[in-house]
Write a protein that binds this ligand. Structure first.
Ligand SMILES: *[C@@H]1O[C@H](CO)[C@@H](O)[C@H](O)[C@H]1NC(C)=O
Ligand SMILES: *[C@@H]1O[C@H](CO)[C@@H](O)[C@H](O)[C@H]1NC(C)=O
Ligand SMILES: *[C@@H]1O[C@H](CO)[C@@H](O)[C@H](O)[C@H]1NC(C)=O
Ligand SMILES: *[C@@H]1O[C@H](CO)[C@@H](O)[C@H](O)[C@H]1NC(C)=O
Ligand SMILES: *[C@@H]1O[C@H](CO)[C@@H](O)[C@H](O)[C@H]1NC(C)=O
Ligand SMILES: *[C@@H]1O[C@H](CO)[C@@H](O)[C@H](O)[C@H]1NC(C)=O
Ligand SMILES: *[C@@H]1O[C@H](CO)[C@@H](O)[C@H](O)[C@H]1NC(C)=O
Ligand SMILES: *[C@@H]1O[C@H](CO)[C@@H](O)[C@H](O)[C@H]1NC(C)=O
Ligand SMILES: *[C@@H]1O[C@H](CO)[C@@H](O)[C@H](O)[C@H]1NC(C)=O
Ligand SMILES: *[C@@H]1O[C@H](CO)[C@@H](O)[C@H](O)[C@H]1NC(C)=O
Ligand SMILES: [Zn+2]
Ligand SMILES: [Zn+2]
Length: 429
């Protein structure tokens, strides 16, 4: 009895919370036409009359999107590292960066990922969302019903339930209750400034902002916890100075609502960058909200700002079952070149927020402290930059590229970001 009691005390000291684990996996950009002997200047596709080419990689190539082998390897390695997650956040972009595909192509790509996740994690709750590529044509998400919303709802209804139906059919977004939290799963692709759909209500497409604010107001009154999950985050692409995602007025609205309800929103989890970064949202100088961007499975090369890629990654988020506080965030990865050389290697832990950033708590305050140290500590900034591309690049950005990283983290609102970029002097070079 006595020794059991001591044992319990010890185990509670070692594992000081009732930790639960969540998998986040994102941006597969599965390209069914990837070819191991394909043309890296043409999406790694192979055409009928192409000359013979050298092996560019069974599991992918940094210039291209994911072959089936990479997506399956990613999901299998996720399963090996976290066999029974509490739930899975799957945050969009399943269609490759090609052009000229139709609605069926999108549904097939979505169905491929849906079936793979469902068969690999048959008993796990999965919380899915659209990415900006999950439409035909890409970036054309409407705000008043569409076939793709309806057909995707049919694919996902066993996960997201019939309560999600009305908003999902109208605008591809929904709320979802899990344990004692509510997930606000938003289709921020509608706010993407490259979105070409003719919106019926440009001020509040699909009434999504109203839904967001109403849900948060309700949660505030009932003292409930809300997590916001979406593909595209507000703010600026950290790897390309001044390159914004959302229309300015939508970005501002999103930030305003987030600020107003900062005390109600617990997690804010996004994807789309393909890189590993975060934003801290402040009320004046007071950090009140943390937004996390998870790196991608695809290694697709972006030619913005001189070009960048990343190694394939997924993330395990650990949290306290009682409070929903993060207890650790762990990124797993594989070096694509190594995987192509040795198909049996395992994905491994790249880093842990807790152990590698030395954080006992992970929230807006502690991540803002980290940011402030990053500005003056070159080693720490270098460490962040290594994680930013999941070890793809060892270069340390300078000048505007460095400032772009730091201002993106600190200012998810455009006016703040622009001031930060002009100011420049906030960064002690
Ligand atoms: C989705 O894929 C599964 C497994 O390949 C298949 O059985 C099913 O018919 C597909 N559904 C749709 C809607 O394409
Ligand atoms: C939105 O779609 C509904 C259902 O298809 C239709 O009745 C309505 O006219 C549409 N609204 C606008 C503004 O296009
Ligand atoms: C997952 O697979 C089960 C068993 O085959 C099936 O009943 C269910 O509809 C699938 N769910 C999704 C979201 O595909
Ligand atoms: C939006 O409207 C314009 C003008 O009517 C039209 O040319 C364009 O094709 C529409 N875009 C979409 C995605 O339907
Ligand atoms: C921002 O801070 C001010 C001053 O402390 C406070 O009065 C206000 O309520 C805060 N706003 C939000 C949205 O938290
Ligand atoms: C959520 O549930 C946990 C475990 O049942 C409980 O300890 C905690 O107080 C709840 N939190 C809220 C905000 O309801
Ligand atoms: C890779 O992971 C599998 C499953 O977890 C394990 O059985 C195997 O030993 C690992 N291989 C290496 C080389 O670590
Ligand atoms: C974490 O602590 C270790 C050991 O004290 C130190 O070497 C390392 O630089 C610290 N890292 C950060 C990001 O503070
Ligand atoms: C601009 O620089 C000054 C002086 O370093 C600093 O106090 C201020 O916070 C900076 N403003 C922004 C928006 O970064
Ligand atoms: C970004 O914007 C700032 C402020 O307007 C400007 O000084 C800078 O030259 C811009 N950088 C790039 C790469 O466009
Ligand atoms: Zn993507
Ligand atoms: Zn995207």
């Amino acid at each position: 009895m006595h020794s059991l009691f001591i044992c319990l005390i010890f185990s509670s000291l070692i594992n000081s919370c009732l930790c639960a684990q969540v998998l986040q996996i994102t941006d597969f950009h599965f390209d069914k036409d990837y070819d191991q002997y394909g043309d890296i200047t043409n999406f790694c596709h192979k055409s009928a009359n192409d000359p013979p080419r050298e092996d560019i990689g069974k599991f992918g190539n940094y210039h291209c999107d994911s072959p089936e082998a990479l997506v399956k390897n990613a999901v299998q390695n996720a399963k090996n590292n976290i066999p029974n997650p509490d739930f899975i956040l799957w945050t969009g972009d399943n269609v490759p960066h090609i052009e000229g595909y139709n609605e069926d192509y999108v549904i097939n790509a979505l169905n491929f990922s849906t079936s793979l996740l469902n068969s690999t994690f048959p008993t796990t709750q999965i919380i899915p969302t659209f990415g900006n590529h999950d439409y035909a044509p890409a970036n054309a998400f409407p705000d008043n019903y569409s076939n793709i919303y309806t057909r995707t709802y049919d694919l996902w209804k066993d996960w997201i339930g019939s309560d999600a139906k009305d908003t999902f059919l109208k605008g591809g977004y929904y709320k979802f209750s899990f344990k004692n939290a509510t997930f606000l799963v938003l289709n921020t692709n509608i706010y993407f400034r490259f979105n070409t759909a003719n919106l019926t209500n440009p001020d509040d497409p699909a009434d999504q902002f109203k839904f967001m604010a109403d849900t948060l107001e309700d949660a505030k009154n009932k003292n409930q916890i809300i997590h916001v999950i979406a593909h595209i985050a507000p703010g600026v692409y950290e790897r390309s100075p001044n390159f914004t995602w959302m229309f300015p007025e939508h970005n501002q609205k999103f930030v305003d609502i987030t600020l107003k309800y900062a005390s109600v929103i617990k997690w804010m989890i996004f994807a789309h960058h393909h890189s590993d970064t975060f934003h801290v949202l402040k009320n004046g100088s007071d950090p009140v909200q943390l937004m996390l961007m998870c790196p991608a499975v695809t290694t697709w090369y972006s030619d913005l700002s001189g070009g960048s890629s990343n190694n394939p990654a997924f993330r395990i988020i650990e949290y306290d079952d009682q409070t929903w506080d993060y207890t650790d965030i762990k990124t797993y990865y594989v070096n694509l070149l190594d995987l192509n050389k040795n198909p049996s290697i395992n994905w491994t832990l790249e880093y842990s927020f807790k152990n590698d950033y030395n954080l006992t708590q992970i929230n807006a305050q502690t991540m803002n402290d980290l940011l402030q140290r990053m500005k003056v500590d070159d080693n720490l900034f270098y460490q962040y930059m290594m994680y930013n591309s999941v070890g793809w690049s060892t270069q340390i950005p300078e000048g505007d590229l460095r400032l772009g990283q730091l201002c993106s983290i600190e200012y998810p609102d455009y006016p703040g970001y622009n001031k930060c970029m002009t100011n420049g002097t906030t960064v002690d070079f």
